[in-house]
Design a protein around this ligand. Structure first.
Ligand code: SAH
Length: 485
């Protein structure tokens, strides 16, 4: 096996570097050199518009013509980026003769240095090399790292660079310094930067620096929305939180596909509530969050959809605040948004609906407090959560309040998941249709003119099933029966 390349970060500020070639590749390389503060000299008979603009701004020198070896005499490095193999080889040979490091773009054999794939977060750079053998693999890895490193890394790198001298004075010995950094990074500092609380972050840094005694590690809770089930709908912030977690407390609604994205050696606890949602269980969840956070662990409280949409996220934050536990919130794609998209139902539409309401008619009490007159308005879409039970009551009240029995609905079961089913019909037949197709939780009811569009705009999974009591729109429900119901 060949010896590995020697990794190297070069200081090229104000140093001339030769770029041979004036095309798109040369422009890209020149741009990278400019970012590093170098003084590129571009040798080529012609320039791209971008290179020309830099030349007009005085940021690069242009040597009009073809490569001559003596142009190497004044530069620190050379990059050959022409599409002419012989020209590239001539550059490589001339550089070799002068013991100058040369990179020939896309030719590892001719190159004496490689330009790595880079992930940048402020002053922090992660460079990835495959030794020139598998640049695609290096790029692939770079994309993965891009998703894993949030912006707080740039802030941390900036802080540590600014405070470098003070840290050295305070902890002259390397071992002490290392422990100091570990303490800082395991604590709330990265989170404070993610929350854009820069002043608090600096204060915390200060107090840890001044402290002579070690404080116990501080735990925290991230309230994270897991989306509706499709792992592709998890946000990058959710992914990062799940990868930093010590404990993941998740609802039953969170899909296995999403759970698989979490850190392997985190502790997973299912704290799911059934539809009845007993408050005793909610107290247990509160107690669990508190116990783990107080023990210094990073807790992710993972909820289906979005934590603030019928997810009791508000109550959990109130509890955390009351107990002095630090928290952050990562929104998720809520069921209404996901189910609509995956069923081909635009929630608003210039011709059919000007507004959307997210409602739950979950418990009997709540249906008494809902304003049915406003819910029954036309040209409005209702997205009803936890709506599988109580459909008779829902239909009766809406029709009574004036919504037409011919209003289309779509029931989306297991939205965005492999098992997704969509059942459509009209309000007149809603409970019967749901029953005959045995629609089960989790299912979301979308009611409104837009729901009819599922028949033509569907794109995911099997085509929507129609209510079998045909022809639905001609069946009218007499009002007196409904009032009696
Ligand atoms: N916080 C969640 C909602 C929790 S309430 C969110 O923002 O989506 C639970 C209800 O959400 C379920 O009864 C169902 O009505 C709906 N729901 C959640 N995920 C769903 C899915 N994948 N498909 C259909 N409905 C879903």
């Amino acid at each position: 096996m060949n010896a590995p390349l020697f990794p190297l970060f070069a200081d090229l500020r104000d140093r001339p570097v030769l770029v041979v070639g004036g095309g798109a590749v040369a422009e890209r390389k020149t741009g990278a050199l400019l970012r590093a503060g170098a003084r590129p000299r571009v040798v080529s008979p012609t320039l791209t518009d971008g290179l020309q603009a830099w030349r007009d701004q005085g940021r690069i020198d242009w040597i009009e013509g073809h490569f001559q070896p003596h142009w190497l005499d004044e530069v620190w490095l050379v990059i050959a980026a022409t599409d002419d193999g012989a020209a590239n080889r001539a550059v490589a040979d001339a550089a070799e003769a002068r013991r100058l490091l040369a990179n020939v773009v896309d030719d590892a054999g001719l190159s004496t240095f490689q330009v790595p794939a880079v992930v940048e977060r402020g002053a922090l750079q992660v460079a990835i090399s495959s030794g020139g053998g598998a640049p695609m693999l290096a790029r692939h890895l770079r994309r993965q790292l891009e998703t894993l490193l949030d912006d707080s890394w740039a802030d941390l790198a900036g802080l540590f660079a600014r405070q470098r001298e003070r840290i050295r004075q305070r902890f002259p010995r390397l071992g002490e310094r290392r422990r100091f950094f570990e303490r800082l990074l395991a604590g709330p500092l990265p989170r404070l930067y993610r929350q854009r609380l820069h002043a608090q972050a600096e204060n915390l840094f200060q107090s840890v620096l001044d402290e002579s005694v070690q404080r116990a590690p501080e735990g925290s809770v991230a309230l994270v929305g897991a989306g509706p089930g499709d792992a592709g709908l998890v946000t990058l912030n959710a992914l990062r939180a799940m990868n930093e977690a010590d404990v993941i407390l998740h609802d039953r609604l969170v899909s296995d596909d999403v759970l698989r994205l979490g850190r392997r050696d985190a502790t997973y606890v299912e704290v799911g509530k059934s539809a009845a949602g007993h408050s005793a269980r909610q107290d247990d969840i509160h107690a669990l969050m508190l116990e783990h956070a107080r023990a210094g662990r990073r807790v992710v409280r993972l909820k289906g959809g979005d934590p603030f949409v019928f997810g009791r996220g508000g109550e959990e934050l109130e509890f955390l605040r009351a107990h002095g536990i630090a928290y952050e919130v990562v929104p998720g794609i809520t069921a209404a948004v996901a189910c609509a998209a995956y069923a081909g139902i635009p929630l608003t539409h210039r011709d059919h609906a000007q507004s959307v309401r997210l409602v739950t008619a979950h418990c009997k009490d709540s249906s008494d407090t809902l304003d049915w007159t406003s819910l029954a308005q036309e040209r409005q879409t209702l997205a009803v959560y936890m709506g599988v039970a109580g459909l008779e009551d829902f239909r009766a009240r809406l029709v009574e309040a004036g919504r037409s029995p011919s209003t289309p609905f779509a029931l989306v079961e297991n939205g965005s998941r492999r098992e997704q089913r969509v059942v459509t019909g009209t309000l007149a037949d809603l409970p019967e249709t749901a029953r005959s197709h045995q629609v089960r939780s989790p299912a979301l009811l979308i009611l409104g003119e837009v729901a009819a569009l599922a028949q033509t705009l569907h794109w995911f999974g099997p085509a929507p099933l129609r209510g079998d009591a045909a022809p639905t729109h001609s069946r009218n429900l007499p009002a007196p029966t409904l009032q009696a119901a």
